[in-house]
Design a protein around this ligand. Structure first.
Ligand code: BEZ
Length: 181
């Protein structure tokens, strides 16, 4: 097996792009294919409260689309603890899946494509909110807050990250624009 074949990566496309909250060996900007980011998952424990959920991102299947985010390479020593930690933290609606991972330039190095684990919210989970118009999403984001901070900060941090990396995401940018108008 190649060296790359032994690597284990986590792909973040939500708050993980700016805050990992677990130990890692390195982080690299990266993207996956066939998914689009949507503010369709309710958050009652991070960016909202029970009865007043915020909206956070999940991914939906979208052939031909790409989703840009941040990949974290786990050390062999930390791998199982990190996965246990994330599986537990995201148990309120997210499932862990695997996807092919493509890298942007990472430091001085060119990286070959690899695979990564990531978490997506399924429509069957009890916090799932599903599609809504951008105005409705913005109205909810404006007032929601939870133990991790305001929902507004979550959206704007995500938009800032994408802008910094010159990544395209019409859904995120349109929402951020509505919220800062
Ligand atoms: C993320 O930040 O990429 C993320 C983390 C957990 C669940 C869903 C998304």
């Amino acid at each position: 097996m190649s060296e790359a074949g032994n690597d284990h990566w986590i792909f973040g496309y939500g708050s993980l792009v700016w805050r990992a909250g677990f130990p890692y060996a390195e982080r690299c900007p990266a993207w996956i294919q066939g998914y689009s980011r949507r503010f369709w998952q309710g958050s009652t424990d991070h960016r909202g409260r029970p009865g007043a959920p915020g909206r956070v991102v999940t991914l939906v299947r979208d052939p031909g689309a790409t989703c840009f985010g941040m990949a974290y390479r786990l050390t062999p020593q930390d791998r199982s603890d990190v996965l246990d930690h994330l599986d537990h933290r995201e148990r309120g609606g997210y499932e862990r899946i695997e996807a092919a991972l493509h890298f942007e330039q990472c430091g001085e190095r060119e990286r070959e494509a690899s695979t990564a684990w990531l978490y997506i919210a399924t429509p069957s989970n009890h916090n799932y909110l599903g599609p809504a118009g951008l105005d409705e999403i913005a109205a909810q984001v404006r007032i929601a807050y939870g133990p991790s901070g305001t929902n507004l900060e979550y959206v704007l941090e995500l938009a800032r990250f994408l802008r910094e990396h010159r990544a395209q995401d019409d859904h995120v940018f349109a929402l951020a624009e509505l919220l800062t108008r």
